[in-house]
Write a protein that binds this ligand. Sequence first.
Ligand SMILES: Nc1ncnc2c1ncn2[C@@H]1O[C@H](COP(=O)(O)OP(=O)(O)OP(=O)(O)O)[C@@H](O)[C@H]1O
Ligand SMILES: [Mg+2]
Length: 267
Amino acid sequence: MYKQGKLTGLRWLIRDISDRKQVEYKVICQQLAKEKELSELKSCFINTVSHEFRTPLSVILNSVEMLEGYSDRLSEAKKSNHFHKVRLSIGYMVQLLEDILFYGKAEANKLEFNPAPLELEDFCQALVEELRVSAKEGQDIVFSSKCDRPSVCLDPKLLKQLLGNLLSNAIKYSSKGSKIQFKTICENSQVIFQIQDSGIGIPKEDIPHLFDPFHRAKNATTISGTGLGLTIVKKAVDLHRGTISVESEIGTGTTFTVTLPCSPTCQ
Ligand SMILES: Nc1ncnc2c1ncn2[C@@H]1O[C@H](COP(=O)(O)OP(=O)(O)OP(=O)(O)O)[C@@H](O)[C@H]1O
Ligand SMILES: [Mg+2]
């Protein structure tokens, strides 16, 4: 009787140990997978960033060499074109650095959500003006707003990243002379942003991966980019507890729709 009880106890102990071992094994596997993912992410990061810095740096070097060596032979228009290229390349690198810092903060869960009263129409107009500088020849960003209130409660820093990335994609992935529609609608307790272009479109198989870090669609590989922009957009949308959707057709264009809940005041 006593022996039987001891044996049962021993069996329980063995089962308990093996259950615990199995849990530990699972945890170790998950950690290894995470580490593998992290190291893959790290090498992706280093490759992409170093590649993306090389192009603007060589543009700057080339323009500086032209301005230095041939200044006396260059027309004023050509000189100003070189200065414009230098400015654009610097702007591109600054944006790249900002994206990297933003992404790093988001990954470390250190991004803050600081909503403040925002005059939406003025905010969007200013952003459009800022982005017009990087638009292609003849490209037009047409902004329209239907908002029944003077201000909305959103985080201005996150919103700038969010809309800035969607608008620069619309510019980047559509051709010279094309039109980009940017609409905002405030209704009930939400704001809807819609950015529509008539560019290259996104292949269906890439749509589920658009918000993954460093993912780039196969029809975009000849156009420069890191694949971080939409990851940042998604983080900003999530911090606002909003939603994002995309409709796209190859060769016809893409429309991103973002819906953010918000109240008129920030109390
Ligand atoms: N408006 C668009 N039209 C067509 N393709 C798009 C559009 N927006 C995004 N994409 C596709 O989604 C991919 C991911 O976009 P994302 O903004 O994250 O990266 P990126 O533009 O390649 O680089 P960057 O980090 O410089 O923004 C792009 O590489 C492109 O293939
Ligand atoms: Mg982008």
